[in-house]
Design a protein around this ligand. Sequence first.
Ligand SMILES: *[C@@H]1O[C@H](CO)[C@@H](O)[C@H](O)[C@H]1NC(C)=O
Ligand SMILES: *[C@@H]1O[C@H](CO)[C@@H](O)[C@H](O)[C@H]1NC(C)=O
Ligand SMILES: *[C@@H]1O[C@H](CO)[C@@H](O)[C@H](O)[C@H]1NC(C)=O
Ligand SMILES: *[C@@H]1O[C@H](CO)[C@@H](O)[C@H](O)[C@H]1NC(C)=O
Ligand SMILES: *[C@@H]1O[C@H](CO)[C@@H](O)[C@H](O)[C@H]1NC(C)=O
Ligand SMILES: *[C@@H]1O[C@H](CO)[C@@H](O)[C@H](O)[C@H]1NC(C)=O
Ligand SMILES: *[C@@H]1O[C@H](CO)[C@@H](O)[C@H](O)[C@H]1NC(C)=O
Length: 384
Amino acid sequence: MYCYILLCAAAAFASYPPRSPWAAVEAYARRNYFYAGGQYVNTTQTAVNKTAEYMVGQVYVEQLIPFEARYEIPLVFIGGGAQTGTNWLNTPDGREGWASFFLRHGYTVYLAEQAQRGRSPWLPGEGEIIQFPVASIEQQFTAPQDYPSYPQAVNHTQWPGSGRKGDPIFDAFYKTQVPFQVDGMMQAVYNNLSFSALLDNIGPAIVITHSQAGMYGWQLGDARRDLVKAIVALEPAGPPFKGYSGPPFSPEWPPASDKRPFGLTPLPLQYTPPIGANASLLTQQNHTAPTPDLAPCTLQKEPARRLTNLSKIPVLMLTSQASYHTVYDYCTAEYLKQAGVDVEWVHLPDVGIFGNGHFIFMERNNLEIAEFVEPWIAGHARGR
Ligand SMILES: *[C@@H]1O[C@H](CO)[C@@H](O)[C@H](O)[C@H]1NC(C)=O
Ligand SMILES: *[C@@H]1O[C@H](CO)[C@@H](O)[C@H](O)[C@H]1NC(C)=O
Ligand SMILES: *[C@@H]1O[C@H](CO)[C@@H](O)[C@H](O)[C@H]1NC(C)=O
Ligand SMILES: *[C@@H]1O[C@H](CO)[C@@H](O)[C@H](O)[C@H]1NC(C)=O
Ligand SMILES: *[C@@H]1O[C@H](CO)[C@@H](O)[C@H](O)[C@H]1NC(C)=O
Ligand SMILES: *[C@@H]1O[C@H](CO)[C@@H](O)[C@H](O)[C@H]1NC(C)=O
Ligand SMILES: *[C@@H]1O[C@H](CO)[C@@H](O)[C@H](O)[C@H]1NC(C)=O
């Protein structure tokens, strides 16, 4: 999928704006990469029983600068569980991805890989890394309509191809899935430190997260409120406080074990009145499912504490029609509102965008959704 920079530049000048499967690499003029964060530690690699000094937690970041920069504020993309920067470049069926789309629209783009994932090294012995099985990817992401394990799954139509093993587009997608840290706390700590270091290095940015990375977007906004100019959260990890797998999910839906004691994150967020690092000060209240095809969830008890720093950052949150997130994302949006965050939650079918699953930035209509989001981003990106 990649080509040498000179060749790409020649191809790009010949056919700009790009439309071919090479779009992902044709849309930029210059490319750079660097690592952000990382700490030296003395630890043991058990496989060789070698105790020595190593580095942990640093994250790989790829910077792509467009031919014609039209905005001052760059975009930082952070992919969700098992994903890397490649997912934003182009789609598994070789079309233009969101990073390429935004490059073509004049934005500088940073693709950041989470700590201990992809090109961000994992030091063996630092927790454990695991991989999503084929069947989980099919059931949750690419072919939920074939199972279906929640009512809205039947409407999933936008994945390119059958979404099942053996389909060349599924196979291409599955090859991009990489192992990820199973210890959520360790991952949160390293991501928080390294993504903060990234913004300290590059300055103000708009952060675009997907899924599990949603937690790290909130954490980053909390730690670097003056540098995060806006957050676009595509189906961020939810619902508030803890994962959910009860009805309307069917019994074969994987049990949820993820915990977000600070509402949106495993690590402390700044609230007013303050709670410090004591999550039990965040008083919870059960919220009944508004309709039978949605999940019950947990909100704060009123009067709710406000998210001190995050409430200063505009947020656009998107949820698709047929993803499992459609079951509970309403509650994540409600939690943000309750805590004073300036969030605009868009349920895609309400704006006439139908049939998407969880990978809304990769599916057949990914550019239609990018076109929908772009004006909001432009409004926060300081046009030149
Ligand atoms: C690791 O141990 C060595 C030898 O004791 C020491 O010089 C070094 O500062 C230690 N590094 C860290 C990060 O603690
Ligand atoms: C690892 O090395 C230490 C020190 O050389 C030794 O005491 C220990 O038995 C070794 N452990 C294993 C599992 O080989
Ligand atoms: C499927 O989509 C249609 C049209 O958007 C909608 O009316 C219907 O409620 C959806 N079905 C489910 C189970 O969500
Ligand atoms: C997150 O990282 C920032 C910047 O390095 C640090 O100041 C802050 O304490 C960290 N937050 C948590 C909850 O660890
Ligand atoms: C976040 O909020 C805390 C608590 O109000 C405050 O002390 C801190 O300065 C804020 N962080 C930033 C980056 O503004
Ligand atoms: C956390 O807050 C709870 C509820 O007010 C209190 O009982 C507990 O002692 C606090 N824990 C710490 C470590 O401050
Ligand atoms: C919320 O519901 C759970 C079980 O559904 C229950 O265990 C818990 O006590 C309830 N919490 C409150 C604050 O009502």
